[in-house]
Design a protein around this ligand. Structure first.
Ligand code: ADP
Ligand code: MG
Length: 253
């Protein structure tokens, strides 16, 4: 029989929500949310506008604070404890609909800023790392340009590379292709697919259902602040259980 002392402890789930509630004033935006995301799992979150998707994923790196229940990220519970919040933020990268690049810094400087100033990484090392990730998102030749000189799709790929430079274990995406012209959506989705294939734990809010079918392990459907349905893409698209899910899919597909 295996000696328990010799068996390495199983890693904690990447993200756990236990009965989470949150309000904006008197408006309840999250209602009794329960969700466990395993290490390496790819989750797509979808649902109507205003259903609480952004709030849900922003709670994971404490850009928003929950009021009831527990959120645990890589085994660290998010409480008012600043040390825990900082530890969680070291683990979690986030990419937004608006790319949020610094317009007065070059692409390379955008990517090295946090590693140099937050992680105290020597500049030469930070630049090597940044170039590696810019190659990864296939725009190394843009390193010395400013964000305003790039297309939207290129800027979003810079935002992804910049996030990767902080070596996150979990990546959050909040509608990363919604602000892009249609011809640029694919290049960003391709980058996300390649991250997913590398085993990154990902939570993506997106209505790109082709992407969901291709890489999601599970699809989460949110409506009115509740998680209405969690299913594999095959079940979700082929046999949605809830009327609200069917109505939503009927509108977007
Ligand atoms: P989604 O991303 O699904 O569109 P959000 O999480 O952004 O949903 O918002 C859910 C609801 O909460 C919306 O009705 C929105 O207007 C409201 N809301 C979002 N942020 C705030 C805020 N800071 N203060 C008050 N209400 C907010
Ligand atoms: Mg949103």
């Amino acid at each position: 029989m295996a000696d328990p002392a010799q068996t390495p402890a199983a890693p904690p789930p990447a993200v756990e929500f236990h009965r989470v509630n949150k309000w904006y004033g008197t408006f309840q935006v999250l209602r009794d949310v329960n969700l466990t995301v395993r290490q390496g799992e790819r989750i797509v979150v979808c649902g109507p506008s205003g259903s609480g998707k952004s709030t849900l994923i922003r709670c994971i790196n404490r850009l928003e604070e929950h009021h009831e229940g527990r959120i645990v990220v890589d085994g660290i519970e998010l409480t008012a404890e600043l040390r825990n919040i900082e530890a969680v933020r070291r683990d979690v990268g986030m990419v937004f609909q608006q790319f949020n690049l610094f317009p007065h810094l070059t692409v390379l400087e955008n990517c090295t800023l946090a590693p140099v100033w937050v992680r105290r990484m020597p500049r030469a090392e930070a630049e090597r790392l940044a170039m590696r990730y810019l190659e990864r998102v296939r725009i190394p030749e843009q390193a010395h340009k400013y964000p305003g000189q790039l297309s939207g799709g290129q800027q979003q790929r810079v935002a992804i590379a910049r996030s990767l430079c902080m070596s996150p274990r979990i990546m959050l995406f909040d509608e990363p292709t919604s602000a892009l012209d249609p011809e640029m959506v694919k290049e960003v989705l391709d980058t996300m697919v390649s991250l997913a294939e590398d085993g990154m734990t990902m939570l993506c809010v997106t209505h790109e259902m082709g992407f969901a079918r291709e890489i999601a392990d599970r699809v989460v459907f949110a409506d009115g602040g509740e998680i209405v349905e969690v299913a594999t893409p095959a079940e979700f698209f082929g046999n949605p259980r809830h009327e609200r899910t069917r109505a939503f899919l009927g509108q977007i597909l």
